[in-house]
Design a protein around this ligand. Structure first.
Ligand SMILES: [Zn+2]
Ligand SMILES: [Zn+2]
Length: 351
């Protein structure tokens, strides 16, 4: 649970036992969210606000933001696409530095209150806007070039672009019955046949011959938020960006979409983490986000039921453990293998 200083100081903590540590990375205050804490623990301000007497905002006031912000976010996306170089040289920091004023501006917007966060949420999650703006029009060479860069960034991350995936999907599904590597399109279940995944997952074997049997190898970005998270991961969780993404959490619609997106990218996060030179910093930030999202019981359950959260987590853990197996004749290896097998059976139980 996370509380801002203001809410903490305005709350009644008589009889509470607590441990406090200060977050360096910002985040969203959980006060007022009865999924995370009991109503009696809310601060004075949030206890009063639970009524429905919050005045609504005149529409004209937000019109300008609704018109301009999609373009603004598109600019940021374009810049991230353009700025990413493979293999990840440390120039990434330079790219991010130049983007800092823009991200700071977004962060400022999130602090303006619920109405502005709602506008941002609508833009970030709108599939139509993303579809229209993100591909780059024929006559815009810069945008076209950046879109190609985005596709190759997906490819270089061992991910397959949606277009290619669709082409090979039919073949994959046919092969998939035999547990063929890479046949799982976990994230595409809406677009694929939803029933296929369950049967396939149980057939996955823990063996080095199928290096990447189940781990998500396909990502489909359908809105700005999803691509923004993708670049946040690619750029190894820049602090400013994380703060912005977390500051948006008080918006309930955003919270759900963001959590889904986070779960959707979970395996990709793991892959990036394993390659990172600064895995300590990066894992700290990942933990920070996870704590914010999954201290909400209802949300965590929702993700478990709808997005195979547990399944993904255990699979990712298994994959990471498997990758650090060392060839040895000693019994220790056997034990380690045993624990991998246990993990695997745990995962099978979850399915
Ligand atoms: Zn607060
Ligand atoms: Zn409060």
């Amino acid at each position: 649970m996370s509380l801002c200083a203001e809410c903490f100081n305005n709350g009644d903590h008589t009889g509470h036992d607590f441990n406090m540590f200060r977050s360096q990375a910002g985040g969203a205050c959980d006060c007022g969210d009865s999924n995370v804490m009991r109503d009696s623990g809310f601060c004075r301000r949030h206890r009063l606000r639970t009524g429905e007497n919050v005045p609504s905002i005149p529409r004209d006031l937000l019109l300008m933001s609704e018109m301009v912000l999609p373009r603004f976010i598109l600019c940021i996306i374009q810049y991230l696409r353009d700025g990413y170089i493979e293999p990840a040289e440390r120039d990434l920091q330079k790219v991010l530095q130049q983007l800092e004023p823009q991200i700071t501006f977004l962060e400022e917007l999130t602090k303006m209150g619920g109405a502005m966060r709602t506008v941002l949420t609508k833009i970030l999650t709108n599939q139509q806007t993303y579809k229209e703006l993100s591909m780059g029009k024929e006559d815009n060479l810069y945008a076209k070039k950046n879109y190609d860069k985005y596709l190759s960034a997906l490819k270089n991350s061992d991910l397959v672009s949606v277009e290619e995936k669709n082409q090979s999907a039919a073949a994959d599904i046919a092969v998939g019955a035999e547990g063929g590597a890479g046949a799982m399109v976990l994230l595409g279940t809406e677009d694929q046949d939803g029933g296929q995944s369950v049967g396939q997952r149980k057939r996955v074997k823990l063996s080095s011959s199928t290096k990447d049997p189940y781990i998500i190898d396909s990502l489909k970005h359908k809105c700005f938020l999803e691509e923004l998270l993708f670049w946040t991961i690619k750029f190894e969780f820049p602090q400013k960006m994380v703060t912005f993404l977390l500051n948006m959490l008080p918006d309930q619609d955003y919270k759900i979409t963001f959590t889904k997106t986070f779960v959707q990218h979970y395996a990709f996060i793991m892959k990036t983490l394993m390659k990172s030179h600064e895995s300590d910093t990066m894992s700290n930030r990942i933990v920070h986000i996870s704590v914010q999202l999954f201290s909400n019981e209802e949300l965590a359950r929702h993700m478990t039921e709808e997005c195979q959260l547990l399944d993904i987590m255990v699979t990712v853990l298994l994959y990471m453990m498997e990758s650090c197996l060392i060839k040895s004749e000693l019994q220790g290896l056997w034990l380690f293998k045993q624990s991998c097998v246990r993990l695997q059976s745990l995962r099978d139980c979850l399915v």
